[in-house]
Design a protein. Structure first.
Ligand code: NAP
Ligand code: MG
Length: 491
C-alpha cells in the first residue's frame, strides 16, 4: 500500500511542517484501513506564526485597489481550475479522503474557482463610497477591511465552503488564516497551497491540525479581527464564546433541518424525482442545507412516495472512485452512527422505513462507513430524523392538508437555514417561501446544484449569524467608516 501524500502548513509564504513536526493520518471512508495521506498537525505556535504573518501582510494587501486584488483572484481561479490533469488528480484524492463521488469532488473544485471569479467581479461596485450631503456636514460612508480573518471550514463541502469565505475575505482586503477540518484536510490543504503561493507572503496562511489543540488559539487570538466559521451548533456556540473575549465579530454558518413543501399542484414530470432525490441525498445527505424533512400535500403523497422510492432505489452505493457509483460512504463513523441510530429508532417505533439502493460490493459495504439511502413514509413528527439534523442519507416524508399547516410544521424547528417549495404556481411559491423562517429558499429544487452564488446565504435561529456569498458576503469582511467634513469640503 502506498504511504500516501503528505501536506504541510503554509505560513508567511512558505510551506512548512508543524513546529513539532507532528502529523496525523487520514483514511479512506470507503476502505477505512487504506491510508490516504498525512496532514501536518499544527500547534499553537504555528497559529501564532500564521496570525502574526497575516497581521504583517495586512496593510500592503489592504492598500491595493479592488481592481488589483480582483486581478489576482482571477489568476488564482485559473490556476486551480484550468489544468484538467491537476483537477482530476485532486478530485480523486479528495474522493479518497472524503468518500463523496468523483462527480461531486470535481464539482467542488469548479465551484471554488467560480467563487473567486465572482468576487473579482464585484470590484467596481465595491469601489463606490456612499456620500451624504446634508447639514451640518457632508459624510463619506466608506468600508474598510477588518484585518486578519480566521476562516474555519467543515469536512462536508470543504472546497465549496472555502469558496464562500476565502475569495470574499481577500477581495474585501483582509489577510487570512484558514483552518480546514481534520476529517478532510489533504485536498483542501493542497488547493490552499496552490492559492497561497500565488499571493504575497502572509496573505493566505494555512494551519491544519486538531481543533482541540489549535482552535481556541486561533479564534481567541487578539490579532484576529473577524471569524467566519462553518460547522455545528455546539462548536459554533463555543467559537462565539471564545471570540467574545476580544469582542471579535463572528459569522456562523451552522446546521439545518430544512423543510421541503410539495404543494397539491406540483409538476412531477421530467426530472422532478431526480431533483427531489438530489435535494436530500447529494453527498450522501451530508449537506447543511440538504432537504431534511419533506412535507407533501396529502393528495399527492402516494405519488411522491412511490416516485421517490423508485429513484432512490436505483442509486448505486459504493466506492466514489468507481464510475457506476452514485452515492459514496459517509465521511466518518460518528456521522454514520447518528444516521443508523435514527433509522433504528424509526424501525423500533414501527415506522414505514425503506432502506434502498443497489449494493454491488457487499463486502466493501460492510467494511466502509456506508449507509443505504432510506425513506420514512408518514414519519411521526416525534422521530429524531424529523426533529434533528440527520446530516446523512435518511429522509422523512410527512403528509399535510393545508398550506398553513405545512408552514407551521416547517417553522416548528430550532433551525432556519434553507427550504424549498415545489409547485407550478410561482406566486404561490414566493408567497409560501416568504412565510418560512429560512435564510434561503428554492423553488422546485433544493441544494447545491440549484444555488445561485449571487444571493446571500445563511440562517435564522440556530442556523447561525450573518450571511456568506453574494456582494454582502464580501462586505461582511469590512467595517463601515464614516468621514465627516463641512459642507462641500470633502468631495
Ligand atoms: P464541527 O465539528 O462543528 O467542525 C467544523 C469545523 O470547526 C472543523 O474544521 C473543526 O475542526 C473546527 N473546530 C472544532 N472545534 C473548534 C474550536 N474549538 N475552534 C475552532 N474550530 C473548531 O462540524 P463538522 O462535523 O465538521 O460539520 C458538520 C456540521 O456543519 C453540521 O451541523 C452541518 O450542518 C454544519 N455545516 C453548516 C454549513 C452552513 O453553511 N451552514 C455548511 C456545512 C456544514 P476539526 O474537524 O479538525 O475538529
Ligand atoms: Mg431532520
Amino acid at each position: 500500500m502506498s504511504a500516501g501524500i503528505e501536506t504541510q502548513l503554509f505560513i508567511n509564504g512558505r510551506s512548512v511542517p508543524a513546529s513539532d513536526r507532528g502529523t496525523y493520518e487520514i483514511f479512506n471512508p470507503a476502505r477505512p484501513t487504506e491510508l490516504v495521506g498525512r496532514a501536518a498537525a499544527g500547534t499553537p505556535d504555528d497559529v501564532e506564526a500564521a496570525v502574526t504573518a497575516a497581521h504583517r501582510a495586512f496593510p500592503d494587501w489592504a492598500a491595493l485597489s479592488y481592481e488589483e486584488r480582483g486581478e489576482m483572484l482571477l489568476k488564482v481561479a485559473a490556476a486551480i481550475t484550468q489544468d484538467m490533469d491537476e483537477v482530476e488528480d485532486r478530485a480523486r484524492l479528495f474522493t479518497r479522503e472524503h468518500g463523496k463521488i468523483l462527480r461531486e469532488t470535481r464539482l467542488e473544485i469548479g465551484r471554488l474557482g467560480e467563487r473567486f471569479v465572482q468576487c473579482a467581479g464585484y470590484a467596481e461596485r465595491l469601489e463606490q463610497d456612499e456620500i451624504i450631503r446634508a447639514a451640518p456636514n457632508d459624510t463619506i460612508i466608506t468600508r474598510q477591511p477588518r484585518g486578519v480573518a480566521a476562516l474555519v471550514v467543515p469536512w462536508n463541502w470543504p472546497l465549496a465552503i472555502l469558496g464562500a469565505k476565502l475569495p470574499q475575505a481577500l477581495m474585501a482586503g483582509n489577510t487570512v488564516v484558514v483552518k480546514p477540518s481534520a476529517n478532510s484536510a489533504l485536498a483542501p490543504a493542497m488547493t490552499l497551497h496552490r492559492i497561497a503561493e500565488m499571493l504575497p507572503p502572509g496573505v493566505v496562511n494555512i494551519v491544519t491540525g486538531s481543533a482541540s489543540r489549535i482552535g481556541d488559539a486561533l479564534i481567541g487570538h487578539p490579532l484576529v479581527r473577524y471569524v467566519n466559521f462553518t460547522g455545528s451548533v455546539d462548536v459554533g456556540r463555543h467559537v462565539m464564546k471564545v471570540a467574545s473575549e476580544n469582542i471579535t465579530p463572528v459569522t456562523l454558518e451552522l446546521g439545518g433541518n430544512d423543510a421541503g413543501i410539495v404543494c397539491h399542484d406540483v409538476d412531477l414530470s421530467g426530472d422532478a424525482f431526480e431533483r427531489l432525490y438530489r435535494a436530500a441525498f447529494m453527498s450522501t445527505g451530508q449537506i447543511c442545507y440538504a432537504m431534511k424533512r419533506l412535507y407533501v400535500h396529502k393528495s399527492r403523497f402516494d405519488e411522491v412516495a412511490d416516485g421517490l422510492r423508485a429513484v432512490v432505489d436505483a442509486q448505486v452505493i459504493g466506492d466514489g472512485l468507481l464510475p457506476e457509483t452514485t452515492m459514496g460512504p459517509m465521511n466518518n463513523p460518528k456521522q454514520l452512527k447518528t444516521v443508523t441510530d435514527m433509522i433504528k429508532e424509526a424501525r423500533a417505533a414501527g415506522q414505514d422505513v425503506h432502506e434502498l439502493g443497489q449494493v454491488p460490493d457487499q463486502a466493501l459495504y460492510e467494511e466502509g462507513f456506508f449507509q443505504r439511502p432510506a425513506l420514512i413514509f408518514n414519519a411521526d413528527p416525534s422521530l429524531s430524523a424529523v426533529r434533528e439534523e440527520q446530516f446523512g442519507p435518511v429522509l422523512p416524508l410527512i403528509p399535510f392538508e393545508t398550506e398553513d399547516e405545512a408552514i407551521a410544521l416547517a417553522n416548528d424547528d430550532p433551525f432556519g437555514l434553507a427550504s424549498s417549495v415545489w409547485t407550478t404556481d410561482t406566486d404561490r411559491a414566493v408567497a409560501l417561501a416568504r412565510r418560512i423562517e429560512a435564510g434561503y429558499s428554492f423553488v422546485n429544487a433544493h441544494g447545491p446544484s440549484a444555488m445561485d452564488n449571487n444571493g446571500p446565504f445563511g440562517g435564522f435561529k440556530k442556523s447561525g449569524i450573518g450571511r456568506n456569498f453574494g456582494y454582502e458576503g464580501v462586505t461582511q469582511f469590512q467595517g463601515l467608516h464614516s468621514i465627516a467634513g463641512g459642507p462641500g469640503t470633502l468631495v
